[in-house]
Design a protein around this ligand. Structure first.
Ligand code: SAH
Ligand code: SF4
Length: 416
């Protein structure tokens, strides 16, 4: 098949027209608050007790069904109340610093969140991956990560801070704004689109950071994403990926109830201790026990095991065999991820032939094992390549890496 990749297809929109300026404000942000906290916020500005519930329903609808980000657009709320809300609270979106569109349709946004009472201002990357039957948004939960998985770019960056529930959820709202999932939201009847036509049909907590080290905020954000009165994503279309924080895996099943993905990457403790160092604290036996007991997991709702293919490290047929033995009696899916290189990484991606042999073996053992085609590599949007602005590449380094990645995609995959 002929392949044509032209880096000029990439659109970098950081010009003034599309730059969306956020209001810098220290007013309390209402996006991402659970209904109980919204009630408290409204009570604190003197909304009558008997009106509180109705007002919360009203706001919820405007925030999450219509997608408004300005009180002025709430047409069925009196002018006085809108003014009062605006004086006390903030519902604005973060500033979009950069929007990149890959030649495969993947998009990446760099958003800046002001401190908003949550510590220092931070910049966060969020990635959208369109496919034939779905559109998946990859959301970040932290800036940087305390864990130091040796193949992961984010792992080289110290934790800057946890994101608030509002910042986590805002990534979804911004993506929906930019993709047209809240059409004409500033008109009295706008904002609503049938869920079957939405661009963002799925979300995965697979961006920067370890979501289970920011459990409460992730939980609040995901509860809002699946709330039937608002965004109403199905729980089955929401996946949380973890490196293996065992106690919080149990809590995730009990308290959030979304799909689970485990970054496994090795079948022996000795190797996993190196690749995913949290394994020293929660070794494979404990991790797999937590998976066996994950609430709601069954053959229709399988746990995804992610396995990054590292040349000469974890990609032998012996590894494939051990993987199959390890996952016995767990309702599992295996996702093979070709390693995405980044500047300075010490690993190489397995040869394509080897990945196929590995996949064939686990297929024969009864697992549908899709090899996840790297998406958006040209804009450094693939798994493990996200890193915040504070440590981003200089332009020259970036262009060199982009050309190198393009070459490896063509050589390795024969398709894009
Ligand atoms: N911290 C969580 C979620 C973010 S990482 C976790 O570790 O699961 C999302 C996925 O990308 C994980 O499976 C991670 O192991 C994988 N990943 C990280 N770096 C990668 C790289 N360079 N190439 C391919 N996959 C990578
Ligand atoms: Fe953190 Fe996940 Fe990267 Fe490990 S793979 S360093 S847990 S973001």
């Amino acid at each position: 098949m002929a392949i044509s990749i032209d880096l000029t297809d990439k659109i970098v929109r950081d010009d003034v027209d599309t730059r969306i300026k956020a209001k810098t404000t220290e007013k309390k942000h209402l996006i991402g608050l659970p209904k109980s906290e919204l009630i408290e916020a409204l009570r604190s500005i003197g909304i009558a007790e008997k009106q509180l519930k109705m007002r919360v329903s009203q706001l919820w609808h405007w925030f999450y069904v219509r997608g408004v980000s300005d009180f002025a657009d709430m047409h069925n709320v009196s002018k006085d109340l809108r003014q009062k809300l605006d004086e006390n609270f903030d519902i604005s979106r973060p500033e979009i610093i950069e929007e990149q569109i890959s030649n495969d349709g993947t998009r990446k946004w760099l958003m800046r969140f002001p401190s908003g009472g949550a510590g220092k201002p931070v910049e966060v990357e969020t990635v959208y991956i369109p496919e034939d039957d779905r559109g998946t948004l990859c959301i970040s939960s932290q800036v940087g990560c305390t864990l130091t998985c040796t193949f992961c770019h984010t792992g080289t960056q110290k934790l800057v801070r946890n994101l608030t529930s509002g910042e986590i959820l805002s990534q979804l709202l911004v993506a929906r704004d930019r993709l047209g999932d809240f059409p004409n939201k500033d008109t009295p009847t706008g904002g609503i689109i049938p869920s079957s036509e939405r661009k963002v049909s799925n979300i995965v907590m697979m961006g920067m950071g370890e979501p289970l080290y920011n459990f409460e905020n992730v939980k609040k954000a995901l509860h809002i994403a699946i709330d039937g009165d608002g965004i109403a994503l199905s729980r089955r279309r929401v996946t949380l990926s973890t490196s293996g924080v065992v106690p919080e895996i149990y809590k995730t099943g009990e308290e959030i109830g979304v799909m689970l993905a485990i970054s496994l990457h090795a079948t022996r403790n000795e190797l996993r201790d190196v690749l995913v160092p949290i394994n020293k604290k929660y070794p494979l036996e404990e991790l797999l026990d937590a998976c066996r007991n994950y609430k709601g997991a069954n053959n229709a709702r399988r746990i995804t095991f992610e396995y990054v293919m590292l040349k000469g490290v974890n990609d032998s047929l012996q590894d494939a065999k051990e993987l199959v033995i390890l996952l016995k009696n767990i309702p599992a899916k295996i996702n093979l991820i070709p390693f995405n290189p980044w500047p300075g990484s010490e690993y190489e991606c397995s040869d394509w032939e080897q990945i196929e042999k590995f996949a064939d073996f686990i297929n024969q053992a009864g697992y549908a094992s899709p090899i996840r085609t790297p998406r958006g590599r040209d804009i450094l949007a693939a798994c493990g390549q996200l890193k915040s602005e504070s440590e981003r590449l200089r332009k020259s380094e970036r262009l060199a890496l982009e050309s190198q990645l393009m070459a490896s995609m063509i050589a390795g995959h024969g398709e894009t």
